[in-house]
Write a protein of this length. Structure first.
Length: 214
């Protein structure tokens, strides 16, 4: 039986991290404002907090996560207002070209390098031609003094999360973060913003009408 690594933290996750995540979510929403009727998927949706503003905007929302404990929090929060699924981001249970927006926030750095490309390919596959991916995660820009302080705090948190978690994060940063994901060459970087003294990046990547992940 596989142990859910988020079983203990799930009930406290938002209390600990929502103050950090909310400003990043707000920036992403301004960079790509949703429209009523859009289909939106949050990959690694966690407690469902990132889906709330899309629901309020009149979107049809979907959340995918591998943690039953986190999905329990999301179900309690969203009360049936979103389609939530327990599943593997490297093999998503969705049709091709289904979503207008596919987003992932503070998720990609957690993945083992051997599966990251598979997850990105899946995100591209389920995004409709002309749709966009919104990716929020650690940036690899030069850090300011404030950014270095934030990065130290972030890495301490990654260590607390576990040895594998920390190792995957270091590999993600070493590979160049989101701009270093070569499989994303099927996408066009339409907007990007680095905040927190170079510590965090928000990237809006568009899927062209003929885009195919390689």
């Amino acid at each position: 039986m596989t142990t859910d690594p988020y079983a203990r933290i799930a009930p406290r996750y938002d209390r600990l991290l929502e103050g950090f995540n909310a400003p990043l979510r707000a920036i992403g929403m301004k960079m790509l404002p949703p429209e009523a009727g859009m289909r939106v998927l949050d990959v690694g949706c966690g407690t469902g907090a990132n889906l709330v503003p899309y629901i309020e905007a009149g979107c049809e929302t979907f959340g995918l996560d591998a943690s039953e404990a986190m999905l329990t929090q999301a179900r309690n929060r969203l009360s049936g207002a979103s389609h939530l699924t327990l599943g593997d981001a490297a093999s998503m249970p969705y049709d091709d070209n289904l979503f207008d927006i596919v987003r992932a926030s503070m998720f990609l750095h957690e993945l083992a390098p051997v599966v990251t490309d598979d997850v990105i390919r899946e995100m591209i596959r389920v995004t409709a031609p002309g749709g966009s991916l919104v990716l929020v995660d650690f940036a690899t820009e030069d850090l300011t003094l404030r950014g270095r302080g934030l990065r130290v705090v972030s890495m301490i948190a990654e260590r607390i999360a576990g040895r594998e978690h920390h190792r995957n994060c270091r590999a993600y940063l070493g590979a160049g973060g989101i701009p270093g994901l070569t499989v994303a060459s099927a996408l066009t970087d339409t907007r990007s913003r680095v905040v927190g003294g170079g510590n965090m990046g928000i990237y809006v990547l568009a899927k062209g009408r003929e885009s195919r992940p390689s």
